[in-house]
Ligand binder design. Sequence first.
Ligand code: BDR
Ligand code: CA
Length: 326
Amino acid sequence: MTEKKLIPVILDCDPGNDDIFAILWAMIAHQHGYIDLQGVTTLGGNVSADLTYRNALRMRDFTGIDVPVGKDLRPVVGAGDASHIHGADGIGGLSNLLPDVQEPSQTLDSVQMLIDAIQRQPGQLTILVTGPMTNLAAAERKVPGILQQTKYIIAMGGSFHAGGNVTPTSEFNIWYDSASAKAVFDATDHIVLIPLDVTQSFVFSPEDTEQFLAEINHGYKADFMRKLTQAVIHTTRNFRETHYQNGFFVHDGHVVGFLLYPHLYRGTLVGVHVENQWEYTKGMTVADRRNHARTDYRKTLVITDVDHYGFLEALVQDFREFDFGE
Ligand code: BDR
Ligand code: CA
């Protein structure tokens, strides 16, 4: 009998409330043998590189799934974070509900982890990106051409028709380090981009939350997850993101959704350019849909639609089947 070959995956993230859902979902998929999660690489974004690193370690302890966690050793300086949305600790001010985290004695470099993983399995690795593109751009700078050796880079970011969520035109992940985002889109045509147009088309309601928490009934873990969703719903309402519909956007969860259930999504291939200069449009994603017979720009698969009920069912069922342990 031939051994089942699992998709090798690295999750590059800046947890971050909604990143937590992506991390947990990826770990669930790993526990069920759907993917081979080879690492979680973190970077500064929603909060500082120190905090996102600790939050990813916390999630590793939370699930008991022992994957290597990398740290961003070259954080971007000067960009504003999103702690007003994600809380000072990046997880809704709830870190005190979780056990203390032990940092490993040896700190792994996120960028080197990405490079090593791509080179170990050229053409095979899928990178899920739920934060800015700083680590990816640094990998490309160190080893030019390396991003073309990935299988897919499935990234949450950008906006085409929905407007921005950090400036009138720009989405946070692309805006935060627009120079790196531009370098990444210019370097590879392996990107699947899930923009705000899609992630904001679906609101995860408090009722959905209860469904999904139903099986997580183990003391502090259930308490943490319930309070995390309440915190996200609360900030979403404060910032009027959902036009007063109760609930929140599962932005980052969609990268795992697409990886596991691509049939739920539809998209189109276009050239994506990132604006990296102008005062009002820094971080804006521009789609080039012109009818060129020959093109000299890279193509990106931009997702335009998701089956809401299919997504909801997949997310809820997968979480319900997870063994969170004691
Ligand atoms: C993205 O920005 C971050 O604040 C979220 O974690 C998500 O990755 C949404 O624009
Ligand atoms: Ca994120």
